[in-house]
Write a protein that binds this ligand. Structure first.
Ligand SMILES: Cc1cc2nc3c(=O)[nH]c(=O)nc-3n(C[C@H](O)[C@H](O)[C@H](O)COP(=O)(O)OP(=O)(O)OC[C@H]3O[C@@H](n4cnc5c(N)ncnc54)[C@H](O)[C@@H]3O)c2cc1C
Length: 486
């Protein structure tokens, strides 16, 4: 029998686990026997995915849902037998709000698709002045930018839609996802579709309308899934299903295993063996090594091996954030409706966004409770994270009272701090990734994956994990990656 090829994956967040899952599939297809070990320094699997179940409350400390349009998330759930657990957002009370001059306004319908169905909702929302609205509509006529240069998200949105639409609507909608500063974020790395639409159609709105027209009738309005989906008992069930499947498949899973260093040995010309040194001094050797750790951890591990890769990884900044769950008696918060609200940076508040979790999702709280999820921190707004839990909670309660009239005492509060949690794709990210790939490609079998590179969302991480698995198998078979041909 052929000797199994050894692979170590460092990092057991969704990226590392999805890589391990995909490796099993791809190794079987390629007829390559493998022995895979996943190591994580934390006490539990899943990294940022952490569901808490407290009595009848279900809270998510990290992500609370994922985009259904990016197929990789749904596909993985199907493969793991979780189809019956998938939940859509509630049908009723779908509206979301945005804070403007200290007051909440309904987000106009059609905004997310960038095809304002009619002017009415935009005018009624009171968010944009007539000139601001006219400038937004002028987007059709704005010439496309240079296809060569990367541009900041802020520059791009202001150039195409005008300052008002950018500051009041688009900045909180788009930069908020990354807890980022749109002035620094790379358009191409964060919203590549907008760059493509501008280049192909000369206008985002025109491009969106063309895409809608060319979509088959089956694709329009008949999707069984809402834009965001989650799992009935929380996203940790995805992690539990993954670890259980991997265990069945014979993958060795070790938590509490911090990797301190990586060394490389050449055991024959052009082939490498990686020694993975753990905190307890023990070592594991593998022919292939996948680092599914945050960029700053991968930087520390790789710097002695390739200072160039270490240097590039060090240039990926991270933002710290926190989620704060609060439950309130529904009788005292009965006026609250919709899914929640977002807060533009220019409002200079602590909240980035608040979600009415129990109104947005089924099964998150008993009917007599309103479960809220507050999101704070992010680039340039991290000071608030230094407050202790009580001070942080009362600061947010002041904002909830001011914007939404919630004055009730919470019956449950939970603060989850995430230090250096959200990688920031700043202008030039794509070019730096190309340099990183070139530096790493000198080491066959060494692969980087995770939220730091090609998308922070859960489906992006799963997709990138599958690409990493493909790369590992190719390297083990001695094939040269088309992008890595030297
Ligand atoms: C508050 C918050 C809300 C979010 N909301 C959403 C959302 O609603 N939808 C969505 O799609 N995405 C969301 N995201 C983004 C998404 O959750 C993350 O990008 C994704 O989970 C990252 O997965 P990962 O596996 O790449 O990294 P991580 O989850 O960070 O996993 C990395 C793992 O590496 C381990 N590790 C680190 N150092 C070592 C070491 N030296 N040795 C061994 N192991 C090590 C860590 O313990 C960790 O488990 C959110 C993120 C945050 C922080």
């Amino acid at each position: 029998m052929t000797r199994p090829r050894t692979i170590v994956i460092v990092g057991g967040g969704i990226s590392g686990l999805a890589t391990a899952f995909s490796l099993q599939e791809k190794a079987t297809q390629a007829g390559v026997p493998i022995r895979c070990t996943v190591l994580d320094s934390g006490p539990a699997w899943g990294g940022k995915i952490v569901t808490h179940r407290i009595g009848d409350l279900v809270t998510e400390a990290g992500p609370d849902s994922f985009l259904s349009q990016k197929q990789a998330g749904l596909d993985l759930c199907m493969k793991l037998g979780l189809a019956g657990q998938l939940i859509n957002t509630n049908d009723t009370g779908k509206k979301a709000c945005v804070l403007h001059r200290g007051r909440l306004h309904d987000l106009p319908e059609g905004l997310l698709s960038f095809v304002p169905k009619q002017l009415g909702p935009f005018l009624q929302s009171g968010l944009l002045s007539w000139p601001g609205l006219a400038r937004m509509g002028f987007e059709f006529a704005v010439p496309p930018g240079s296809p060569r240069d990367d541009e900041s998200l802020a520059e791009f949105l202001r150039r195409r839609f005008g300052v008002q639409a950018y500051e009041r609507l688009l900045e909180p909608l788009m930069a908020g996802i990354y807890a980022g500063d749109a002035e620094q974020m790379s358009l191409r790395a964060t919203f590549p579709r907008f760059f493509e639409l501008e280049q192909e159609h000369g206008s985002i709105m025109r491009g969106m309308m063309a895409a809608k027209k060319s979509a088959s009738p089956g694709q329009i309005g008949h999707s069984r899934r809402t834009m965001f989906v989650s799992l009935k008992n929380g996203l940790s069930d995805l992690v539990a299903a993954l670890t259980s499947r991997l265990t069945q498949q014979g993958v060795e899973l070790r938590v509490g295993a911090r990797v301190e260093a990586v060394r490389v040995r050449s055991h024959e010309l052009g082939r490498w063996m990686y020694d993975v040194i753990l905190q307890d001094g023990s070592a594991l050797s593998a022919e292939s090594l996948v680092l599914a750790t945050p960029a700053y951890v991968s930087a520390d591990l790789l710097r002695p091996l390739t200072p160039i890769a270490g240097g590039i990884l060090d240039m990926i900044p991270y933002a710290s954030t926190a989620t704060i769950a609060m439950a309130f008696p529904r009788t005292l918060t009965s006026a609250i409706e919709g899914f929640g609200f977002i807060v533009p940076r220019r409002e200079q508040r602590h909240l980035i966004a608040a979600t009415w979790t129990s109104l947005k999702w089924p099964n998150r709280a008993p009917a007599d409770q309103l479960l809220a999820r507050c999101y704070v921190g992010g680039v340039g707004r991290e000071d608030v994270l230094q407050l202790d839990d009580d001070a942080l909670t009362s600061t947010l309660r002041e904002e909830l009272a001011l914007f939404c009239g919630i004055r009730a005492d919470p019956t449950y509060t939970e603060v989850n701090r995430w230090w250096k949690a959200m990688p920031q794709y700043t202008v030039g990210h794509g070019a730096r990734l190309a340099q990183l790939d070139a530096a790493v490609s000198r080491y066959p079998g060494l692969v980087l994956t995770g939220a730091a590179y090609r998308g922070v969302g859960i489906p992006d991480c799963i997709r990138d994990g599958a690409l990493a698995a493909e790369q590992v198998i190719r390297d083990l078979q001695g094939k040269v990656h088309p992008d890595r041909a030297r």
